[in-house]
Design a protein around this ligand. Structure first.
Ligand SMILES: [Fe+2]
Length: 335
């Protein structure tokens, strides 16, 4: 309870400063995280360090303070209203502190989410179970976190590289942290750890996934006019210490026409294993947060059933990631 109170008070301070997009909040969040880290017991500290080192696919924080318990609006407010909502600032500030607690720093891409750190994940653009009042059905609904559509298993874009920048692209996020402002129907976020899947694929196929034989289509969440599709990239990278990173999207990736038969078969096998994988389901509420290691776990969700469901998402980089930095505070990197 003491830790929850300390975290809550720190989050309120950051929200009062204007939230995570404001200059100086990043440093403050880091300082608060250092103070809270000092209160962790051995087991908590051990888990936090394991996540920092990239050894845990996902981690849940529970028992945090929910100031708005039970207060759910009749409908989802406009995004403009949410952007100035104190509780969105408070909850996202809390997530930024939690990111630091597990050795990650919050950042945004220049090509995505208008360069902002906080992404509002909700059905703003249609495709959910309930039709929006302004929903224009004949239009193609985008596959992004701003729609209500089912999103198949994926890691977060960009998909060019992990850990280190390549050809002018910063790496994919090391992690994403999610919390809920509202989730009236307890609709879960789903996580698929990749390690058990890799173990089911034979070594030749694992090797084939490390070749630059795969293409991806442009992400709908990228800002209009920014971000492109990619060709000849690998899905899997394996590092000296036997760790790995995956970049994958069930609805955006394909084998290139230049891929060998082995590479095509390896991709098919991966798709099948992912489709049949064990899934961890977690229903977020304002009192909880879920952090997902984007290098070693996929995530997905079903169609949004209650249009008031609003998650708040922030990307984080681990200490190992080397992005192309465009602005230090708030941290903005080249996508
Ligand atoms: Fe996602």
């Amino acid at each position: 309870m003491q830790q929850a109170l300390q975290l809550e008070n720190a989050s309120i301070e950051l929200a009062k400063m204007g939230g995570i997009q404001v200059v100086g909040v990043q440093l403050k969040a880091k300082q608060y995280a250092i103070e809270i880290f000092a209160t962790l017991n051995n087991q908590q500290a051990e888990i936090a360090k394991k996540f920092s080192n990239g050894d845990i696919p996902s981690l849940v924080f529970e028992g945090m303070i929910d100031r708005e318990k039970g207060k759910i609006p009749a409908s989802l407010p406009d995004i403009e209203e949410l952007q100035i909502d104190f509780h969105c600032h408070r909850l996202s500030s809390r997530s930024q502190i939690l990111l630091h607690l597990v050795g990650h720093r919050a950042f945004a891409y220049d090509i995505d989410n208008e360069g902002k750190l906080l992404r509002y994940v909700a059905n703003f653009k249609g495709g959910g179970h309930e039709i929006l009042s302004n929903e224009n059905l004949p239009d193609k609904i985008e596959l992004s976190s701003h729609s209500g559509l089912t999103l198949g298993p994926h890691t977060e874009a960009p998909y060019n590289c992990s850990l280190h920048s390549l050809d002018g692209h910063s790496p994919a996020p090391s992690a994403l942290i999610l919390t809920a402002r509202w989730n009236p129907k307890n609709e879960p976020t789903k996580v698929i750890p990749i390690s058990p899947i890799i173990k089911k694929i034979n070594p030749d196929e694992v090797l084939a996934l490390t070749s630059t034989a795969f293409n991806f289509t442009r992400s709908d969440s990228f800002t209009v006019g920014k971000g492109i599709a990619g060709n000849n990239i690998s899905i899997l990278d394996i590092y000296e210490n036997n760790s790995f990173s995956i970049r994958y999207n069930s609805y955006r990736f394909s084998a290139s026409k230049f891929a060998s038969t082995t590479e095509k078969l390896a991709f098919e096998k991966l798709n099948i294993e992912i489709a049949n994988a064990d899934i961890i389901e977690y229903s977020l509420q304002p009192s909880s947060a879920l952090i997902i290691n984007n290098d070693i776990a996929l995530h997905c969700r079903d169609i949004i059933k209650d249009n008031r469901r609003l998650l708040l998402r922030i990307f984080g980089y681990s200490n190992r990631a080397t992005p192309i930095i465009l602005n230090k505070d708030p941290l903005l990197v080249q996508g």
